[in-house]
Design a protein around this ligand. Structure first.
Ligand code: SAM
Length: 399
């Protein structure tokens, strides 16, 4: 028996968080070994039984049965291969799934699953356990379902970490997200008390799934609660908005303080339309590109001085982007650069539309709130802040 096993360790917290997020089962096995100091001891098995399997049985927002079955199988194989005893409960539960789920066809037929993303906030000392925010999301195992909008993409994890790391930028702000997909960023914006959150997507099935996710997170859409006021921090709106067909007058009516987008720069055909939408939101008067909303101040001038640079360098002179008193609308776009040509097209069109793109990935690095998520490769993601410059030669500055 492992006398030293402590279920309150970070490793145990990470194991449960990874299970709820439906991380690859190999990752769960490595975390389970970490919990037991190198092997999946009887105590770790009991912990898995109590905190993952049993708890999941009582939770409507649980990982799929197929996923739990695969996890159980990997635990049993790992323990047996070390010639150790397997907890009876784990054998019995696995046997149950073997008969209940004869093959994985149920998994293919039912591609929608519930992943719960746990954001773990830094420890505030030994007496206070790590606090966490758990966001359940209905999503698809098929990354392409709903025009890609039914899966959780890594950039939305990064953007969520960014929002949670810079609450002051978003609280009491009116926010508009393009290509919202499953809605993680929207839930986080509501959590940090944005004044108003409009989530949008051009795909109807993604939008339907997004609304279910808002309901699951007790965030009711505006149309369902007409008597709510705009000051209500939970007031969310979900709208169908295609970048190709949204009219300028419709877009201008939203007047957001902040525009957000995660993993929306990937289709070269859509990029010009996305830039048009951003330009309308960010440019206070599109007919006069040199007119900025509000009078220029020192920060504006400081920011203006770095326009036109396309080299990577110190972006400390871009701090005006984080001055919350700044009047202009700013966009935060997180993306994985999968295709350089597409990304360069994005930059070129931004410049032509007098949008200044600043790479803030390093200078405004968010806290790592998803440390258990081994499948989440933060280093592949870039975060840009975009604003209207009024300068013909806007370019990209990077930190
Ligand atoms: C890769 S997914 C990212 C979803 C979500 N932001 C995330 O990071 O998890 C791209 C999203 O943009 C939406 N989208 C793609 N092209 C669009 C267009 N032309 N107009 C509106 N939405 C679009 C898709 O429906 C999808 O929800």
């Amino acid at each position: 028996m492992d006398e030293d096993f402590n279920p309150s360790t970070t490793a145990c917290l990470h194991l449960v968080s990874a299970f709820l997020a439906m991380e690859p089962t190999d990752c769960l096995i490595s975390l389970a070994r970490e919990c037991g100091g190198g092997s999946i001891t009887m105590e770790v098995q009991s912990f898995i039984w109590e905190e993952c399997i049993n708890r999941a049985a009582c939770n409507i927002n649980r990982p799929s049965d197929s996923y739990i079955k695969n996890f159980l199988k990997k635990v049993i194989v790992d323990v047996e291969s070390n010639c150790s005893d397997v907890l009876d409960g784990l054998y019995e539960q696995y046997a149950y799934y073997l008969t209940a789920l004869k093959d994985d066809s149920s998994m293919i037929a039912n591609k929608r699953v519930c992943k719960s993303i746990s954001f773990l906030f830094p420890d505030e000392g030994p007496s206070r356990p790590t606090s966490k925010l758990v966001v359940p999301l209905r999503c698809s195992l098929d990354m392409l379902e709903g025009d890609t909008g039914c899966s959780i993409w890594p950039s939305s994890l990064f953007l969520s970490e960014f929002i949670l790391s810079h609450l002051e930028l978003f609280s009491n702000k009116s926010c508009f997200e393009v290509g919202s997909g499953v809605g993680l960023v929207g839930v986080i914006l509501a959590y940090v008390k944005a004044k108003k959150v409009v989530l949008s997507d051009g795909d109807f099935s993604s939008l339907a799934n997004l609304k279910l996710n808002l309901e699951m997170n007790q965030l009711i859409t505006g149309t369902d609660m007409p008597d709510r006021t705009l000051q209500d921090p939970n007031l969310m709106e979900c709208i169908h908005l295609s970048w190709e067909s949204a009219s300028e007058s419709r877009l201008r009516a939203f007047r957001p303080d902040i525009v957000l987008g995660a993993d929306v720069i990937y289709d070269p055909i859509c990029v010009p339309h996305l830039i048009r939408v951003l330009a309308i939101f960010l440019n206070p008067d599109k007919s006069n590109p040199c007119q900025r909303r509000g009078a220029p101040d020192d920060n504006d001038l400081a920011f203006g001085s770095c326009l036109g640079r396309t080299v990577y360098g110190d972006a400390s002179n871009t701090k005006s982007q984080f001055d919350t008193s700044k009047k202009g609308t700013v966009a935060y776009i997180a993306t994985v650069i999968r295709n350089l040509d597409t990304f360069h097209c994005f930059l070129k069109l931004s410049s032509e539309n007098h949008l200044s793109v600043v790479d803030i990935t390093e200078t405004q690095k968010p806290l790592e709130l998803l440390p258990y998520m081994q499948s989440y490769n933060r280093s592949s993601i870039r975060l840009f802040s975009i604003s209207f410059s009024g300068d013909q030669n806007s370019g990209m500055v990077a930190g």
